[in-house]
Design a protein around this ligand. Structure first.
Ligand SMILES: [Zn+2]
Length: 463
């Protein structure tokens, strides 16, 4: 039976391949291939790629030429990975405003443009351009990421929107083929029952799906099926935050291992894969450099501190991005991981984005992941939405909760777990906040509003 391999091994293969294809780099280092990838090998390779990227972007992208000139800095001034901090940051807003100024290739060489809106429903649209080579790099990494959770014996059922050529499901299917497993794209149209029938028909052993969608399928399908008997070995979840409570629910419902990944369209969809120790993520360090900055000052933070994640692409052809702010809050560590990986950094679970944080009462932060942790401890909760408004000078939270059961007892149970969330508990106690209002809604009614990056609706300014 084939075995799963670590992201370090997969990236080692990718980097060794790149070294073979890059004569200038081959000349620089004595070894032709890497027996075992060390942190030093990786960083040496990253610096080489970084310097290429900076010169390339300076020559080809109107945006970066102007940005560097304005700051009076030239790419050759970056001599080490630490020197990257000398360069200015790129904000998603700048990318949204004028994407064409970032493009480094003739438009005829652009194979795929992904247009999307991030940060819930309010952010401006962004357009990201990819060349054929970029698509190749992207699917290479998807294959590498998939081999952390699956082997060539697996059938991977992809439950993402389908149909578009070079759409997300198509690219992922290519990645799955690259690592030798069999992809089956069922899309998002089928009902939970139809997805279960597809699992049986294809013998699917790995399910790739958005977290909230899979939760919905699970709650619905387990009424009629013993999900533990279907032969599914891994749930590979994407897009939404996975709370510990939902993870435990899914694990026991399917009796299988659960993995998540962290992705960002701007960075080529796939960025990081949960490690086999389920202790945060390891990410694609062959193609991306990561930093953690203070979101207020822009300063790079010491290792291990929590801050905003910033990425620089190292191999992107059509649209390289340099020190691109993700607005996602996390931590990085280079200590050896408990999963056995030594050369790759570890990225903590991303609990929130800057846009998802709302302040209540005395200025305490609340964000959706907090409520995910609390609410999904209640069995059968399918989804929820939360808004904050003013009620007689106090902040008031209103939860719309979709759950298969109804009644005053359920409502009371929901209120009870919400009241235990520390900032809610504190501000209700001090009288800065009212008791949260709970509205139970009929099954299916929140389905349409399931957003990739969930936000708390703040109605206080509108009032
Ligand atoms: Zn690990």
């Amino acid at each position: 039976m084939a075995e799963r391999i670590s992201l370090q091994e997969s990236l080692n293969k990718i980097i060794t391949q790149r070294i073979k294809e890059t004569p200038e780099y081959r000349k620089r280092i004595a070894k032709k291939s890497l027996e075992k990838l060390t942190r030093r090998d990786l960083e040496d390779f990253q610096l080489f790629q970084l310097r290429n990227t900076l010169h390339y972007a300076y020559d080809k992208s109107l945006f970066y030429r102007e940005l560097f000139s304005k700051k009076g800095i030239e790419p050759s001034e970056v001599q080490s990975l630490a020197d990257l901090a000398k360069l200015p940051l790129t904000d998603p807003k700048e990318l949204a405003e004028n994407p064409l100024r970032f493009v480094c290739v003739p438009l005829g060489d652009v194979t795929r443009v992904i247009t999307f809106t991030s940060s819930g429903t309010t952010g401006p649209q962004k357009r990201i351009f990819f060349s054929e080579k970029d698509i190749e790099v992207m699917t290479d990494f998807m294959g590498a990421g998939m081999s952390v959770v699956a082997t060539s014996d697996d059938v991977v059922q992809i439950m993402l929107p389908k149909g578009m050529v070079l759409g997300q499901s198509d690219l992922l299917a290519q990645g799955v083929k690259k690592m030798g497993a069999t992809p089956v794209v069922t899309g998002i149209e089928p009902t939970p029952e139809e997805q279960i029938q597809a699992i049986k028909r294809h013998g699917s052993t790995v399910l790739f799906c958005e977290t909230l969608r899979l939760n919905r399928i699970t709650v619905e399908a387990r009424k009629n099926h013993d999900l533990t008997k279907l032969g599914v070995k891994v749930l590979f979840l994407t897009s939404n935050y996975l709370s510990d409570s939902m993870r435990a629910n899914l694990q026991s419902a399917w009796n299988c291992e659960v993995f998540t990944h962290y992705g960002l369209t701007e960075m080529g969809l796939g960025v990081a894969v949960e490690c086999s120790a389920h202790n945060g993520y390891h990410f694609n360090e062959a193609d991306l450099l990561a930093e953690i900055i203070d979101p207020e000052t822009g300063e790079v933070l010491p290792e291990g501190e929590e801050g905003e994640l910033v990425f620089t692409t190292l191999t992107r052809e059509a649209m390289p991005l340099i020190r691109y702010r993700t607005h996602d809050i996390s931590r990085l560590s280079s200590k050896p991981c408990t999963c056995g990986i030594t050369a790759l950094k570890r990225l903590d679970k991303v609990t929130r984005r800057l846009e998802s944080v709302v302040r209540i009462g005395d200025g305490d932060e609340i964000y959706p992941a907090m409520f995910d942790e609390a609410l999904y401890t209640i069995p059968d909760i399918v989804g929820y939405e939360v808004s904050v408004s003013k009620d007689g000078g106090k902040d008031k939270l209103t939860f719309q909760v979709e759950i298969a059961r109804t009644g005053a007892a359920v409502e009371e149970l929901v209120r009870e777990v919400i009241l235990k969330v520390p900032p809610v508990q504190k501000n209700v106690k001090t009288g800065k906040m009212t008791i949260p209002e709970i509205q139970l809604v009929t099954p299916g009614s929140l389905q349409k509003s399931t957003r990739a990056k969930k936000l708390i609706k703040d109605m206080r300014q509108e009032a």
